[in-house]
Structures are given as C-alpha cells and as structure tokens.
Write a protein that binds this ligand. Structure first.
Ligand code: TYM
Length: 318
C-alpha cells in the first residue's frame, strides 16, 4: 500500500483550516494508504512556549486526531521517535543557509521579533526529516506547507546525488477546496492556530452558536448585484466563504445574498464539527486510551525509521 505522512504542530488549538486542509484529507485516504500521522511537538518549541501548555495541547491534538476519524493509521508524537531529531541534523548538513533564509514561514514568524530561536531557522530541516524517514509517496497538507515540502524534495534529491539513493522523493497533495482557509474577519490572512483569539478564527471545539457568530460577522463586500455570490480574486471574503462551503460538501447553487451564503456556510461547518465534537467528548473522558494509541504508534515508527536513519548515517560516512 502507498505510504502517506503528515504532521500537525501543537502550537495552539486546532482550527477549521487544519480540519479542511489536512485532517479531513488525511482521514479520507486512510483505507487506501499506509498512513503515518503525527504531532510535531518539537516544532512547537521554535517560538517561546510554556511546557505545561504544550503538554496539554499535545493531548488535545491527539484526541482531536482520533475524533476526526484517524483510527486506521499509525499515530505518533514526534519527540517519542528519536530518529526525527537525529536525521534533522544530517539534513542540516545538506541544506544551505540561503535556502532556509528563503522560507516564508521563517520570515513571517521571525518578523517584528527582537530575537528568534535558532530552531525556527533550522525547522525546515526537521520537517524534511519527519517526511524522509518514512519514505511516503504523498504528503497531504494545506497550501501553506508547499514551500517546506518542496525544500524536502530538493534536500532528498541532493542527498541521494551526493551520498547515494537513500530517500524516496515525496509528492505534495493539497485538497481541491479548503487548501488555504482564510480568517473570516480578515480574508487576506490565513486562519491560523496562533490567532486563536481572533473573531474570525473557527476552532474545532467551538460550539455551534460561536461558529454562527463568527461566520455571521465574516467580512464580505458591498456588492449587491444579482451575481454577488461568486468566487473572484477581487472578492476575497466571499471567495473564502465559497471555498469553505465547497470543502464542507455544500453548494452555493441558487444563493444570491451574503446572508443566505453565511447561513449555508454556518450549517455546513456545524455539520462537520458536530460528530467530531461528540467523538471528542467520548475520547476526552479516557485520556489513557488516547495515550496508549499514540504509544503503540511510536513503537511502530521507531521500527520503521531506524533502518532509514542508519542508511543515511552510513551513506554520509558515520
Ligand atoms: P500546522 O500545524 O501549521 O498545520 C497542520 C496542517 O494544517 C494545514 N493548515 C491549513 N490548511 C488550510 N487552511 C488553513 N488555514 C490551514 N492552516 C493550517 C497545514 O498546511 C498542515 O497540513 N510544519 C507543519 C507540521 C509538520 C509537517 C511535517 C507537515 C511538521 N512536519 C511533515 C507535513 C509533513 C505545520 O506547522 O503545520
């Protein structure tokens, strides 16, 4: 079976963007793939973090992954599989500072900060290690991760050329709808975990009335024409609502007003979140079960990754 891999960083509470861009496509492909899906806790330490909050977010993310239906894949927490950090160093010896400097996320997260952690700069080498250790054919992610997966491909090709054919070069898979969900209060900005308090960021555990309020206040435009409800680069707010609706399986057929569109989006999003939240409540009552699923997954990951790490070490002369 074809292998797939993807991780989520527990740097905040998961959003509708994480669900539509990543979790749902990951869950949908499970029966046809040998899926490895992880929680990138090491990546959550690249910006100032609180240890207790990180621990709580890892458990919440793990529970949400299971609640989203990832129950037929190998699930793991990155730090429990030592090969990730070990291969990351070898890949840092393969990447250049110029390449890492060009990463948009580094520029965005480092901007306006008086200091940045060194790990924020080297993070793409760790992400490349996350991927290359498992030899996945596909990496299902949202569009914001495209540049990092492309760097991973470049590093794999370079490593193979310099030291021998150790790595499989992965393909990126981005969903047709929901690949880049934008904030409802500001459709020029990505809906991200780090803006969890924002009025236009829908969290996976938001109750229906909160979802309703956030969608109702979504920024649109002053167009009142008969074809106002249409995707158009000049209408980012409406385009985003239509994209979310499509990703939730809804249709905007026959809708002519923004009020009707927003009601439709609310219903579609609530219908996506309700079963997930119900399952979350059941799973959250038994954290030991959630932890045991991830512990068993990490065990399998250690078996899968050790020979790849050893092959990379040997190829580099270690
Ligand atoms: P992270 O934690 O920021 O996001 C997790 C996944 O959700 C997707 N995503 C979105 N998709 C659509 N619209 C949005 N607004 C949105 N926000 C986030 C992301 O694209 C991602 O698929 N560096 C990664 C985690 C990572 C990883 C990996 C991913 C670490 N190692 C190896 C794939 C393979 C990150 O921080 O994603």
């Amino acid at each position: 079976m074809e292998r797939t891999l993807s991780l989520l960083t527990p740097s905040g509470r998961l959003t509708l963007g994480n669900l539509l861009g990543a979790l749902r496509p990951m869950a949908a492909g499970q029966d046809a793939t040998d899926g490895f899906y992880g929680i990138a806790d090491l990546h959550a330490m690249t910006t100032p973090h609180d240890p207790g909050r990180l621990r709580a977010l890892v458990l919440e993310t793990a529970t949400l992954m299971l609640a989203a239906g990832l129950d037929r894949s190998t699930l793991f927490v990155q730090s429990r599989v030592p090969a990730h950090a070990q291969l990351a160093y070898l890949l840092e010896c393969t990447a250049t500072t110029g390449e890492l400097n060009r990463m948009i996320q580094f520029k965005e997260k480092g901007r306006d900060q008086p200091t940045t952690r060194a790990a924020l700069f080297t993070y793409p080498a760790l992400m490349a290690a996350d991927i290359l250790l498992y030899g996945p054919r596909r990496v299902p992610v949202g569009a914001d991760q495209r540049q990092h997966v492309e760097l991973t491909r470049d590093l794999a090709l370079r490593f193979n050329r310099l030291y021998g054919p150790v790595f499989t070069v992965p393909e990126i898979t981005v969903p047709a709808a929901g690949a880049r969900v934008m904030r409802f209060d500001d459709p020029t900005r990505k809906m991200g975990k780090s803006d969890a308090d924002a009025a236009g960021v829908v969290l996976l555990l938001d109750p229906p009335d909160v979802v309703r309020r956030k969608v109702a206040r979504a920024v649109t435009d002053s167009d009142t024409g008969p074809d106002a409800v249409r995707a158009d680069p000049a209408k980012p707010g409406v385009t985003n609502l239509l994209d979310v609706l499509a990703a939730c399986g809804g249709s905007a057929e026959g809708l002519t007003t923004y009020g009707a569109l927003k009601r439709c989006v609310t219903d579609a999003v609530v219908a996506q979140l309700a079963p997930l939240q119900e399952r979350y409540a059941e799973l959250a009552a038994d954290p030991a079960h959630v932890s045991s699923v991830f512990a068993a997954g990490a065990e399998r990951c250690r078996e899968v990754t050790t020979p790849v790490l050893e092959a990379a070490q040997a190829a580099m002369g270690l």
